[in-house]
Write a protein that binds this ligand. Structure first.
Ligand SMILES: Cc1cc2nc3c(=O)[nH]c(=O)nc-3n(C[C@H](O)[C@H](O)[C@H](O)COP(=O)(O)O)c2cc1C
Length: 343
């Protein structure tokens, strides 16, 4: 598998430091309450320092990804290191470059059935790789620890991140979840659920299933349309080669979904490519007319009801087959002062 290294680039004055750290939670009681308190502290202290953060919890582990100006990131990590709510912190990623987190704070809880030891083994493996000079993008680190691909990747594939990723979104949200559940049932694979929150409240649930399409590993992510502008999902969007949009034929609902997508994709380095299903050609034409000026490639893959799971699945599977083998995910470890964090 190709080692895809983040391209060499000339440092820029607005570059930020990015650090991903894993630690064990001291108590697993009322974790969401703890996360809300951590969020309040982070919003109070990170934001004035220009530091953005993501906090993930699963199976007795916290994953913290912070990025911002060097001084602010160091200060945040010093504060966090003193916190008795966690222990055994380990840095799993360090890099410098453009800001990847568009919003000040996101957090995610995964009701994972993994044991703390199983997660710990994944953390240790990444740590060992980092110390030997190999590391992965922050999103990849989060996925490798929190949600590794659930099926064998196939002969000769050594990169565990080498799978296709597709987002699925529908105007009323429910059809996207219905389709993922249906495909999971057909393939005999479990769905995974996660809860995602931003700067306030708890806003979205997401479902995910891992499948093989003729031996091509693929992860499907159903998300509510409202969450397209969520900071954390926007971070993952560039890695989902495709968004499957399930339009339902309601003029207002479909336009709202499409406009959300345009907004979510507005600042991405590469336009997200849209696959679309709609109940009629007229809806496709209207949606394509919104996608075009925003530079979003629009490919109608089905004229079908968003409940017609078999037709939608056939069209999506055919598309995945055309994509061929997926790419890998490795990044270069920079020389730099903050590397001491890895020691
Ligand atoms: C896993 C974890 C991550 C945290 N992340 C942050 C953070 O990004 N920013 C922050 O200010 N506090 C964060 N906190 C809370 C801090 O550790 C600390 O409690 C808080 O900043 C208050 O600090 P103070 O008592 O020095 O005012 C985090 C705590 C934990 C357990």
């Amino acid at each position: 598998m190709t080692r895809v290294l983040a391209p060499a680039r000339i440092p820029r004055p607005d570059d930020v430091d990015r650090v991903v750290m894993a630690s064990r939670a001291t108590s697993i009681d009322s974790v969401y309450g703890q996360m809300e308190r951590i969020r309040a502290a982070a919003l109070r202290q990170n934001v004035p320092a220009g530091v953005h953060g993501v906090l993930v919890y699963l199976s007795g582990w916290y994953l913290l990804w912070v990025e911002g100006p060097s001084a602010g990131v160091r200060e945040a990590l010093r504060r966090v290191a003193r916190d008795p709510r966690h222990y055994s912190p380990r840095v799993l990623h360090f890099s410098q470059g453009p800001r990847l987190l568009p919003t000040p704070w996101s957090m995610m809880m995964l009701p994972s059935s993994d044991t703390a030891d199983a997660v710990g083994q994944r953390v240790d493996a990444l740590r060992t790789l980092l110390l030997s000079g190999r590391q992965f993008s922050p999103t990849s680190v989060l996925r490798r620890v929190a949600a590794p691909f659930g099926l064998p990747l196939g002969a000769g594939v050594t990169d565990p991140e080498s799978f296709h990723r597709v987002g699925i979104c529908a105007a009323e949200s429910a059809p996207a979840f219905g389709l993922v559940r249906w495909i999971a049932g057909q393939q005999g694979q479990p769905t995974r659920h996660r809860r995602v929150a931003g700067e306030e409240g708890l806003d979205a649930g997401m479902d995910q299933v891992d499948i093989l399409v003729d031996n091509l590993p693929c992860r499907l992510n159903a998300l509510p349309w409202q969450s397209l502008v969520h900071g954390l999902l926007r971070v993952y969007l560039p890695e989902w080669q495709h968004m499957l949009m399930l339009f339902g034929g309601s003029v207002r609902g479909d336009e709202t979904l499409m406009q959300r997508m345009v907004k979510a994709a507005a600042e991405l380095p590469e336009p997200t490519s849209l696959l679309a299903s709609a109940p009629d050609e007229e809806t496709h034409a209207r949606m394509a007319a919104i996608a075009a000026p925003a530079g979003l490639p629009y490919e109608p893959i089905a004229v079908a009801s968003s409940q017609d799971h078999a037709v939608l699945w056939r069209a999506l599977a055919a598309h995945i087959r055309r994509l061929g083998p997926p790419a890998g995910s490795e990044w270069a470890v920079p020389e730099g002062a903050l590397l001491e964090l890895a020691a």
